[in-house]
Design a protein around this ligand. Structure first.
Ligand code: TXA
Ligand code: MG
Length: 333
């Protein structure tokens, strides 16, 4: 690894931000904190720099990237905006909400992975915002993990996955939300939920006054990232749905439980959270830690589907097996 710099999450030093921005402007990669998870940043208008992201992550070429902005006005040049899109930006940015919109020509094909659309968001984190502002470009930024691994919620997880290929890691401690942003598609009349995430869909549905749609078979292509097995540790994950029986052939003496409700089984290792928010905040780090400890199986409690719980269900399900975009939809019921 080339280096990690600790930064105050609230008041990053200008010289640290300037150094990181210089790396980005010269086509390098910088990992940075956001309120959701750590991102792997590159100059979003430089196709060679964007290509480095795919290399570093081992990311499939057909999985497009989010462009991170610092003010909504920057979206005007990158996407076709209508009054609905501007209203959503005004209401929810900065925040854990990514908008998929028709792309304008300024967006490199590498960012869009060939799609006619672009994903945009303004992260709610002082370090990310300072970096984007100083760089003066949109920053392309997927989660800073090797493709398929749990997303990093601290700088150590970034270093473990990508240390060799990132020039600088800005370490601002643990992230706040712990799961990625909610992704919605605003390209059609019906607003589609492509990925549940940090912005609860209840808030979006209240804002729009209508339920969000699920991408159907033909539209599955629209969020290519949701096709792969994802967020997964190298340890088999099982789901515990509060039943009396164990969810599989679990060797309790070598297995771990994570969740909020102590289960009626004697696990060797227990990671308990006192709220759904803390479960979401800690789930990826718990996956990584338990994997490092060498447990044989991880049993994760199936949370209620309200608030952040819907995103938590999605990530646990994807850690367990490859699922299609529509699987979590039925879990809302
Ligand atoms: O919270 C987050 O969103 C984090 C932080 C770093 O901002 N980023 C993140 O990026 O999770 P990534 O690349 O790991 O996930 C982006 C998701 C993927 O599922 C991708 O397929 C989808 O957004 N996506 C990106 N551009 C898209 C587009 N034009 N159309 C549909 N889906 C898109
Ligand atoms: Mg990711």
């Amino acid at each position: 690894m080339r280096g990690t710099i600790e930064t105050d999450p609230w008041n990053p030093k200008p010289e640290v931000i300037a150094r990181a921005a210089a790396i980005l402007r010269s086509g390098g990669l910088v990992a940075f904190p956001t309120e959701t998870v750590y991102g792997l940043g590159a100059d979003g208008l430089n196709p060679q720099a964007v290509e480095k992201i795919f290399q570093a992550k081992g990311r499939p070429q057909d999985n497009p990237l989010i462009l991170h902005l610092s003010v909504p006005q920057e979206a005007e040049e990158l996407a076709e905006l209508d009054s609905r899109a501007r209203a959503v930006m005004g209401a929810f940015w900065p925040g854990p909400l990514t908008l998929v919109l028709p792309a304008r020509p300024a967006v490199p094909e590498a960012v869009r992975a060939g799609l006619p659309t672009v994903a945009l968001r303004i992260p709610d984190h002082p370090v990310a915002l300072a970096l984007i502002r100083k760089t003066g470009r949109p920053i392309a930024g997927p989660s800073a993990n090797r493709s398929g691994r749990p997303s990093p919620t601290d700088a150590a997880a970034v270093a473990a996955d990508l240390g060799e290929s990132v020039e600088l890691i800005l370490d601002a401690g643990n992230v706040n939300i712990g799961l990625e942003s909610t992704v919605i598609d605003l390209t059609g009349e019906k607003i589609l939920l492509l990925r549940p995430g940090g912005m609860p869909i209840e808030r979006l549905e209240e804002f729009f006054g209508t339920p969000l749609g699920a991408p159907g078979g033909g539209e599955k292509k629209r969020s290519p990232g949701t096709r792969y097995r994802h967020y997964a540790p190298d340890v088999p994950v099982y789901i515990w749905d509060h039943k009396e029986e164990l969810p599989g052939a679990i060797d309790l003496a070598q297995s771990a439980f994570i969740g909020m409700t102590p289960p009626p089984f004697g696990f060797a290792r227990m990671v308990l959270f006192d709220s759904q928010e803390n479960y979401a905040r800690g789930v990826f780090a718990a996956f990584r830690r338990l994997e490092a400890e060498g447990v044989r199986h991880i049993v994760a409690e199936w949370p209620a589907p309200s608030g952040i719980g819907l995103a938590l269900r999605d990530r646990i399900l994807r850690a367990k097996e490859a699922v299609t975009t529509t699987r979590w939809e039925s879990q809302r019921l």
